[in-house]
Ligand binder design. Structure first.
Ligand SMILES: Nc1ncnc2c1ncn2[C@@H]1O[C@H](COP(=O)(O)OP(=O)(O)OP(=O)(O)O)[C@@H](O)[C@H]1O
Length: 539
């Protein structure tokens, strides 16, 4: 007959099966004392530091030694996928162990997780609930084996199970085993819980980083670097040429021209695109912190170093490290950086152990490094190591119509973000954008367009929706105007420019459209120093 017994509740786990009510005989007390060494060793193992696998392996070894089990497995319950899988086992091959995956309620292990109650199967051969999913149990060889399975619990939460197979001797000893396994389960429960929490956290991080990676990949494809100007075409060609090599690249250009975008494009088009892309701004931190941020530190390396920490170089292993504002590095860090580039190894602060990394370095700066080398503020040897493949990004004022493409791109982007229809950019506003000098480059244009989309009226971005700095000098010179007066002037200016543009500088047509005489229009144009010739085709 089949006996699947739940000794705590005396309930039968599978409802078709019989419950056995068992009484413990007094000689169990004698056996208990023999089990004390096992339990004390288990608690010692658990209190030691180490990975959960290492701890569980040692616990399994102790179980084999003291309980004479034939096979044993410690399974963990992963609530995120609602599955139970064997984490460590003894007496099972790797393949058998990998097959041991159950849903709650499935087989004996699944039942224990579902009911959170232990189960004893006195004779496996007689038990239809026993699935033998791992395939390790052999009907001929193992016909006299029993199976005991206990839950690993923290409070009311089930974390997994401990299951053992052993030769059936008598029912009382099975109950003793079950008691011992219950104590072991309680002893390891905290370590198991910690492991499961870390695992869940890692899964969340991995999912986030996979999502971010695909978003970034999409965002930083060279096709997503906006601009078709000739100046940018040669930048794209350089990106294409250098991406697949592991060559160090030095990206040069004024602030806000898109150096970081270019660095990302190189990484995401390289053979290590699946690896990490770590950005580090060398100007963002005080000198004292930079070294430990880049190279990491050991516990106690300096006041406040409470734990060992990996630096950016280690984080970037297998991928790319982008060092922005490299011209800001102190001589000490320049020397260390030179060594990493030359030898690919470094030491954490407070350690003598050399760490080797496989990292591609991309560096960027708005500084004139050649001049810095001449002045002695930047190491010449480091400069040559970084300057293997320089890419210079032209400033926005040299990119011609890219200004308009970028303006339209940001217009659409911010309209979407602000959940409004994409406004039209009025011709006078476009003219202002084209004639401005753009000291802040693409970043300045981006910020300005964000504001303009907010200020747009009736679905149009007017020239007066752009900052004062962009307004024609003449409007400023009109001086003394403020409030309504200034605004009316801006509007008048814009309407005249718009009309002249539409009629390609034909003053008669523009005047007719505006309901003015040609003379009146001429006077107003003079006020704003407008010349009809500037609006002729190709003029
Ligand atoms: N070609 C481009 N297409 C679309 N957006 C761009 C382009 N170039 C730059 N940008 C945007 O402009 C801003 C500035 O770009 P980025 O940070 O890459 O410039 P940078 O040269 O690295 O600046 P810094 O010198 O300050 O580090 C970013 O928000 C970026 O997304």
């Amino acid at each position: 007959m089949n006996h699947v017994v739940n000794p705590l509740t005396n309930h039968v786990a599978n409802h078709s099966l019989l419950t056995e009510s068992l009484s413990f005989s007094c000689h169990l007390g004698e056996c208990r004392s023999e089990l004390l060494p096992l339990l004390s060793e288990v608690s010692k193992v658990v209190s030691r530091e180490g990975s959960l696998s290492k701890t569980l392996k040692l616990v399994l070894e102790l179980m084999q030694k003291h309980l004479q089990v034939t096979r044993a497995m410690i399974s963990l319950y992963d609530a995120s996928c609602d599955q139970i899988f064997i984490h460590e086992s003894f007496g099972l091959s790797r393949e058998e162990s990998e097959k041991g995956v159950y849903y709650p309620g499935e087989g004996i292990t699944g039942k224990v997780v579902e009911t959170r109650q232990p189960i004893i199967v006195p004779v496996i051969a007689d038990e239809p609930l026993f699935l033998n999913r791992t395939g390790s149990w052999d009907r001929n060889l193992d016909s006299r084996l029993s199976f005991i399975c206990v839950p690993i619990m923290r409070g009311m939460k089930v974390m997994g199970t401990i299951g053992v197979e052993r030769l059936y001797n008598n029912r009382q000893l099975l109950h003793l085993d079950l008691e011992v396994l219950g104590i072991i389960a309680t002893t390891i429960a905290q370590a198991v819980e910690l492991h499961l929490l870390e695992r869940a956290h890692k899964q969340v991080l991995q999912a986030q980083s996979a999502r971010l990676n695909s978003e970034l990949k999409e965002k930083f494809k060279p096709s997503n670097i906006i601009g078709n100007s000739k100046a940018m075409q040669s930048v794209y060609m350089m990106i294409d040429k250098v991406s697949h090599a592991r060559t160090t690249v030095l990206i040069l250009g004024e602030s806000g021209v898109g150096k970081e975008r270019v660095a990302s494009a190189i990484h995401y088009n390289s053979s290590c695109a699946h690896g990490p892309f770590i950005k580090f701004n060398c100007a963002s931190l005080p000198e004292s912190v930079i070294e430990s941020e880049l190279f990491g530190h050991e516990k106690g390396a300096f006041t406040g170093a409470v734990a060992r920490r990996a630096g950016r170089f280690e984080e970037a292993h297998g991928g790319t490290l982008f060092l922005d504002e490299v011209g800001e590095l102190s001589p000490a860090v320049q020397a260390k950086l030179l060594r990493v580039i030359q030898e690919r190894c470094f030491e954490r602060l407070g350690s003598n152990e050399s760490i080797k990394v496989n990292v591609r370095i991309l560096a960027a700066t708005h500084c004139d490094l050649t001049e810095m080398v001449e002045k002695g503020t930047f190491r010449e040897d480091l400069f040559y190591r970084l300057n293997v493949f320089p890419i210079t990004i032209p400033p926005l004022r040299e990119r011609g119509n890219d200004i308009l493409l970028l303006a339209e791109h940001f217009n659409a982007y911010f309209a979407k973000e602000q959940q409004v229809d994409v406004p039209t950019i009025a011709t006078p506003a476009l003219n202002l954008l084209l004639s401005y000098d753009w000291p802040g480059n693409v970043r300045e244009l981006e910020n300005l367009m964000e504001r303009a989309v907010l200020l747009a009226e009736g679905g149009v971005i007017h020239s007066y929706n752009l900052p004062n700095g962009l307004q024609p000098a003449v409007l400023g010179e009109l001086g003394g105007q403020s409030g309504l007066e200034a605004r009316l002037s801006l509007m008048e200016y814009e309407i005249i420019v718009e009309s002249l543009s539409r009629h390609q500088g034909n003053m008669s047509k523009a005047a007719a459209q505006l309901g003015l005489t040609r003379r009146m229009l001429g006077l107003r144009m003079a006020k704003y120093r407008l010349n009809y010739k500037d609006y002729r085709c190709g003029g």
